[in-house]
Each structure stands twice: as structure tokens, then as C-alpha cells.
Write a protein that binds this ligand. Structure first.
Ligand code: NAG
Ligand code: NAG
Ligand code: NAG
Ligand code: NAG
Ligand code: NAG
Ligand code: NAG
Ligand code: NAG
Ligand code: NAG
Ligand code: NAG
Ligand code: NAG
Ligand code: NAG
Ligand code: NAG
Length: 588
């Protein structure tokens, strides 16, 4: 369906997140009067019509994500009044008309992404070279004409894509910002020679100038200031131009790829030493999965445990949360050199230690957008507690993670609680539709028919709970190999009702008793005292960890008891007294 205009009456609304649906119709101009709106995400729908001029009133809006719809018409120049706008994403629509030069007045603008629209007849306003806040400008395939933008006055520009247009004339010779990673001027009608200003840009990953009419000489030291340690690489794509001269021999480092095919220089007789650069024209975007090699033994498979690869506790197994995540407008072309920085950025944004976040796979998609599968691990334990699962979910869904300049805005594709599903509180239904009410009435009749058998069951359960009334109803049900779930009764019997005669030790957590289990084996029963009780999940996490520790110098865990106000750990019993007596020599 369409977006109801009544949305405009929700004056307290801050986030309007409708992305990834099948919405049709146009944007109601009423949305422009929602005074507190911070974020509009209606990308990936089928919205048509034009962008209402009223949106110019959204003076708290920082994020305009309307890409991948069928919006048409002119971008309203009035949008240049938006005082807070940071990200303007309108790519993959059917926008037309001219590019408003006024957008250069937006005081906080960081990202402009307008690819795949049709501004036929329009040129790139030279005022865009004055947007001093800009980090990324992407105007690919917009049917733009006129000269290429001189972006040398944008001090922090990291990404410039004006490819697949009909731009003419020379490439501006001003030096771009040292932050620049990606320059794409390909598939235009640019002529003249390649300016020397592209040399010495220290962060450059890709310089694309293929399919233009460029002549003159091949740049021979673009890589001059690039430090290729840390898996960095550089692509220089000049194929299909009119380059004729090689002023200096090409001696690039191993991590530089140069493409020259389709230039006259490749066919001239006296340039034999460059044949290696004249062959292939294809460039593979680096993608892939993070190395998950580990020297640790595989985790137990009874639960969805995985090794935490960079855990400070070696070989710790834990149950991760999975998040499908996509960067909508990354500021780089090759992710590999930025992976560690990403890990640091997102983990600190989530208030996690860096090792708790793993990028398990990443993949480039059209856009270019970067899709990732993330794993989040608990901090030095096997399980997240439910509060932490909720907190992490809210961080992602509430857009509470601070934006990053280089990684740009993200899209949450899926937050997958997986094993933690039942730890999360059930969603409460605030209202019921008529259909649901009817359904419930019918179900109630059906239930009456089987009520008598239910009563029988309830009586039986009551009876059995008399025997073990301390049993914790909310207890996490779980089985761990070799670790018994024992009742209070059993342990009470095995220690003569925790009599002082069975006491063998005492610590801050409580007392330890010697016991004899029902099968006749000896045991040390550690009974937590009131005040030291943990939550069931924390207690279970401890059991889970202890059950993994097997060493001949360590006593092993044989069982536990988790009931109301009682938590006990049952260990293998070690005879021959205690360690202190042995050390002080008072016992043999
Ligand atoms: C929305 O607000 C306008 C006035 O601003 C009012 O006329 C209209 O009835 C309201 N609509 C709803 C559905 O509340
Ligand atoms: C935002 O708009 C409101 C009403 O249109 C106005 O009162 C307020 O001063 C504006 N704030 C800024 C920062 O422009
Ligand atoms: C956006 O639209 C383009 C062009 O139709 C498509 O290639 C791309 O996959 C779309 N992106 C998303 C995230 O839907
Ligand atoms: C795009 O807009 C043009 C008019 O500007 C219209 O003719 C065309 O059908 C539109 N295309 C789509 C896919 O909506
Ligand atoms: C350019 O955009 C048009 C639609 O506006 C699309 O059909 C075409 O495939 C795009 N070309 C490239 C190279 O992306
Ligand atoms: C862009 O629009 C112009 C005129 O409106 C049209 O001639 C041209 O084919 C369109 N280009 C694309 C790629 O759709
Ligand atoms: C860019 O800004 C300077 C100073 O703010 C101004 O003089 C110049 O005319 C502007 N250029 C364009 C193309 O808007
Ligand atoms: C570049 O192309 C334009 C036409 O688009 C032409 O006027 C100009 O002379 C050309 N310049 C060079 C150096 O070839
Ligand atoms: C790039 O450099 C890294 C070392 O930083 C090296 O391991 C890798 O093999 C190099 N790649 C190429 C294509 O030379
Ligand atoms: C490690 O990666 C390989 C493929 O690279 C995959 O088959 C395997 O399942 C991964 N293991 C884990 C624990 O993710
Ligand atoms: C993780 O736990 C360690 C101690 O076990 C603590 O120092 C660190 O601050 C914790 N990290 C986070 C993000 O809570
Ligand atoms: C741009 O470079 C400056 C230093 O010149 C650095 O502080 C900043 O983090 C860089 N920004 C990006 C997005 O890389």
C-alpha cells in the first residue's frame, strides 16, 4: 500500500523506517511537517512521484535514504535549506531535471549519492566543488554533460565517482584530498592528458579512467606515497583511451595493477616492455571471508557453539549472535585494508571489546554496497545474558551506533537471535484485530472440549511438584554431557542435610560439603550462600564453562543444582585432605 499522510500528524516521530517493503504511491507532503524527524529511510520500495518541497522544513533530519524507488521529477532546490542533512541517498530512481547548485549550501553534508538517475542536459554544478564538508560524491550514470567537477577544494573528500556520464573536456588538474581512496572518471568523453596531480595520493586504492579520449603519457608514479603493507593494493585502469607516450619506465610494486589495453601505446613497436599491462581488462573486486583457521579443538556440537577466534582466553567456545549487515555507501573500494578498522569502529560503537565482533564473510553488491555477515560474541563467557542480547538488538534497530565517516550509513538486514530466541521476551500484542479476536474465541471453544484431560494433567503435575517444590520454574532447560542436573533433595540426602559433620571447606561463595551420591560415588558439593546467588543464565554459563575443563590436575564437574534460592556445583571428590594442610606439613 501507500504511506498514509497521517504519518505527518505524529509530531514526536524521530525515525521513519520503511525501507525494504513494497510500498507504492507517492510521498505525502505531510511528512515534511514532522518537526522531530531525524531519519527517513524509505529506500527499496516502489514509491513514485516527486520529492515534496515541504521536506525542506525537516530541519532536524540528518538522513534522507530514498534510493531504489521510482521517484521522478526535479530534486527540489529548497532542500538546500535543510540545516542538519548529512546523508542524501537518492540513487536508483527516475529523477530528472537539473542538479540544483544550491545543494552546496547544505552546511553539514557528508555523502551525496545520486547514481542511476537521468539528469540529461544538466551539468555538474561547479558549486559542488565548494561543499567543504563532503566525504563522498557519487553521480554515476546520471546522463550528465559538461566538464568534470574540480573537486580539489574539498578537503576531506574520500570517494569521487562521476563515471558513466557524457562529461567532456580535460580532467581538472587540481590535487584531490589526501583522504581519497577511489576516483572513477571512466566511461565519459574526457580528453587531454592525465594530470600529474594523481601521483602521491597516499590512500588511493583505485583510479579509473577507462573509456575516455585521454591522450599523452602514462602516469608512472601514482603509487609514490602509498604504503603497501597491510594487504593494500592499487588499481590503475586506463584502458580504451588514446595514450601514446611512456615518459618513464613502469616499475610499479607488486600490489599495483595497471591496465593499458586499447591504447595506441600497446600497439606501438618500441614499447615492448609494457606488454604485461596490455593484456587483461578485467578487475576483480576483492571480496571474501575472514580467515577462520584456529588451532583450537572443535567446540561441542550439542549447542551452536563456535570458537571465538581472537578471544583473550584461548580456545573459548561461545554461542554468537548473527547479524546481516550492509554498508550502503562505503568510502573505499577495497575493504581488506579497512577490515580491522571496521571491527574496531563497530565493536566500540556497540560498547564491545574488539575481539567480540567478527566479520565472518563480506561480499560486494551493486551500488557498490558491502554486505557482511557479522558474529557477536559474549565477553569471556560462553553465553550472552538476555539483557545484553536486547541491548545489542536495540543498538542496531534504534540506529544508536554513531556513524563513521569512512564506512558510511548501514542497513540492518537481519538481527538473528538464533539460540537466544527464547531468552528474549515475547512481543506483547498491544491491540487485537477483529480477525484475531474471532480466532481466539473459536480456539476457546476447542479448548473447552479437551479441558477435562488438561485438569488431569494439572493434578498430576501438582502432585509431583510437592516432592520438589523448590524446582526453579524458569530454569533454562539444557543438557550438558557428563554433568548431572541434581535436585535439592538428592544433594540434601547425600550430605546428611548439609550437616556440619560433612563440611570440608568454606569460602566467600559459601560452604563445601562432602557427599555420597545415589550411585555411591563421592562428591564435593559447593553450596552458594544467600547473597552470592547468580542469575540462572550466569550460573548456567559457569556450569557450561566448567564442564569444558578437563585436565588431570583439575577436579571435574559432575553435576549442579539450580532451584529457587539454591545454586550448587558438584565436583569429583578428592580424598587425602586439603592443600593447606599438605603445604604446612600437618598431614600426610
Ligand atoms: C492531522 O492533523 C490535521 C491538522 O494538522 C488535522 O486536520 C487532521 O484531522 C489530523 N488527522 C488525523 C488523522 O488525526
Ligand atoms: C526548525 O523549524 C522550526 C519551525 O519550522 C523553527 O521554529 C526552528 O527555528 C527551526 N530550527 C532551525 C535550527 O532552523
Ligand atoms: C538498487 O537498484 C539497482 C538498480 O536497479 C540494483 O542493481 C541494486 O541491487 C538495488 N539495490 C538494493 C539494495 O536494492
Ligand atoms: C521515468 O521518467 C520518465 C519521464 O521523465 C518516464 O517517461 C519514464 O516512464 C519513467 N520511467 C520509470 C521506470 O518510471
Ligand atoms: C544506467 O542507468 C540506466 C537507467 O537509468 C540503466 O538502464 C543502465 O543499465 C545503467 N547503466 C549502467 C552502466 O549502470
Ligand atoms: C535520459 O533522458 C533523456 C531525455 O529525457 C533520454 O533521451 C535518454 O534516453 C535518457 N537516458 C537514459 C539512460 O535513460
Ligand atoms: C565557492 O566559494 C567561494 C567562497 O565561498 C566563492 O567565492 C565561489 O564563487 C564559490 N564557487 C562556486 C562555483 O560557487
Ligand atoms: C577536447 O574535446 C573538446 C570537445 O569536446 C574539444 O573542443 C577540445 O579541443 C578537445 N581538447 C583536446 C585537447 O583534444
Ligand atoms: C600484496 O602485498 C601483500 C603484503 O602486503 C602480499 O602478501 C600480497 O601477495 C601482495 N599481492 C600481490 C598481488 O602482489
Ligand atoms: C571456516 O571456513 C570454511 C570455508 O572457508 C567453512 O567451510 C567452515 O565452515 C568455517 N568454519 C567456521 C567454524 O565458521
Ligand atoms: C570484558 O571483560 C573484561 C574482564 O573480563 C573487562 O576488562 C572488559 O572491560 C570487558 N569488556 C567489555 C566491553 O565489557
Ligand atoms: C581524512 O584524513 C584525516 C587526516 O588528514 C584523518 O584525520 C581523517 O580520519 C580522514 N578521514 C577519513 C574519512 O578517512
Amino acid at each position: 500500500g501507500s504511506i498514509p499522510k497521517e504519518v505527518g500528524n505524529i509530531t514526536s516521530l524521530e525515525l521513519l523506517l520503511l525501507n525494504g517493503n513494497q510500498l507504492t504511491g507517492s510521498l505525502p507532503e505531510e511528512i515534511g511537517f514532522v518537526p522531530n524527524l531525524n531519519r527517513i529511510q524509505i529506500d527499496q520500495n516502489h514509491i513514485s512521484g516527486s520529492i515534496p518541497k515541504s521536506f525542506a522544513n525537516l530541519n532536524k533530519t540528518e538522513h534522507f535514504h530514498m534510493n531504489n524507488n521510482s521517484l521522478s521529477g526535479q530534486i527540489p532546490p529548497e532542500l538546500s535549506r535543510l540545516p542538519s542533512l548529512v546523508h542524501l541517498l537518492l540513487d536508483n530512481n527516475n529523477l530528472s531535471g537539473y542538479l540544483p547548485p544550491e545543494l552546496s549550501q547544505l552546511p553539514k553534508l557528508l555523502i551525496v549519492q545520486l547514481d542511476n538517475n537521468n539528469f540529461s542536459g544538466s551539468s555538474i554544478p561547479s558549486s559542488y566543488g565548494n561543499i567543504t564538508t563532503l566525504l563522498k560524491l557519487s553521480l554515476r550514470n546520471c546522463s550528465l554533460e559538461g566538464p568534470a567537477l574540480d573537486a580539489s577544494g574539498i578537503p576531506q573528500l574520500g570517494y569521487l565517482d562521476i563515471s558513466w556520464n557524457q562529461l567532456t573536456g580535460p580532467i581538472p588538474s587540481g590535487k584531490l584530498a589526501s583522504n581519497i581512496t577511489t576516483i572513477d572518471l571512466s566511461h565519459n568523453r574526457l580528453n587531454g592528458s592525465i594530470p600529474g596531480s594523481f601521483s602521491g595520493l597516499p590512500n588511493l586504492q583505485r583510479l579509473s579512467m577507462e573509456n575516455n579520449n585521454l591522450d599523452g603519457s602514462v602516469p608512472s608514479d601514482v603509487w609514490r606515497n602509498i604504503d603497501f603493507s597491510g594487504n593494500r593494493s592499487l588499481i590503475l585502469d586506463f584502458h580504451n583511451n588514446a595514450l601514446t607516450i611512456l615518459a618513464n619506465p613502469l616499475t610499479p610494486p607488486a600490489n599495483v595493477t595497471i591496465l593499458l589495453s586499447g591504447n595506441p601505446i600497446c600497439t606501438s613497436q618500441n614499447q615492448l616492455n609494457i606488454s604485461q599491462y596490455c593484456q587483461s581488462t578485467s578487475v576483480v573486486v576483492p571480496g571474501g571471508s575472514t580467515n577462520n583457521d584456529t588451532l583450537c579443538p572443535p567446540c561441542s556440537t550439542d549447542l551452536p557453539h563456535e570458537n571465538i577466534l581472537r578471544s583473550p582466553i584461548p580456545c573459548l567456545c561461545a554461542i554468537p549472535l548473527h547479524v546481516d549487515y550492509r554498508l550502503k555507501s562505503p568510502g573505499f573500494w577495497d575493504f581488506v585494508p579497512y577490515e580491522a578498522e571496521f571491527q574496531h569502529y563497530l565493536s566500540s560503537g556497540l560498547s564491545l571489546s574488539s575481539y567480540q565482533l567478527e566479520v565472518s564473510t563480506f561480499m560486494w553488491e551493486e551500488g557498490p554496497r558491502l554486505k557482511m555477515n557479522l558474529k557477536l560474541f559474549p565477553n569471556n563467557t560462553a553465553l550472552f545474558n538476555s539483557g545484553e542480547v536486547l541491548r545489542l538488538r536495540d543498538m542496531f534497530t534504534g540506529w544508536l551506533i554513531t556513524d563513521s565517516d569512512i564506512f558510511g550509513p548501514y542497513e540492518l538486514i537481519d538481527f538473528i537471535p538464533g539460540w537466544y530466541e527464547n531468552v528474549l521476551p515475547r512481543r506483547t500484542k498491544s491491540s487485537l484485530t477483529t480477525g484475531a479476536t474471532v480466532g481466539i474465541v473459536i480456539a476457546a471453544f476447542a479448548a473447552a472440549a479437551i479441558l477435562s484431560s488438561l485438569i488431569t494433567l494439572i493434578i498430576l503435575r501438582r502432585h509431583s511438584s510437592q516432592i520438589s517444590k523448590r524446582r526453579n520454574a524458569k530454569k533454562i532447560q539444557m543438557k550438558i554431557d557428563g554433568v548431572k542436573d541434581l535436585t535439592f533433595e538428592e544433594l540434601s540426602n547425600s550430605t546428611s542435610n548439609f550437616s556440619d559433620s560433612a563440611l570440608i571447606g568454606q569460602g566467600g561463595y559459601g560452604k563445601v560439603y562432602r557427599g555420597i551420591l545415589a550411585d555411591g560415588t563421592g562428591a564435593a558439593v559447593k553450596r552458594t550462600q544467600q547473597g552470592s546467588l547468580q542469575g540462572s543464565e550466569e550460573f548456567f554459563t559457569e556450569i557450561e564453562l566448567l564442564s569444558r575443563l578437563h585436565h588431570r590436575n583439575l577436579v571435574s564437574l559432575v553435576g549442579y543444582c539450580d532451584e529457587d534460592n539454591e545454586q550448587m556445583l558438584v565436583y569429583e571428590y578428592m580424598p587425602n585432605g586439603n592443600l593447606r594442610d599438605h603445604l604446612s606439613g600437618s598431614s600426610q
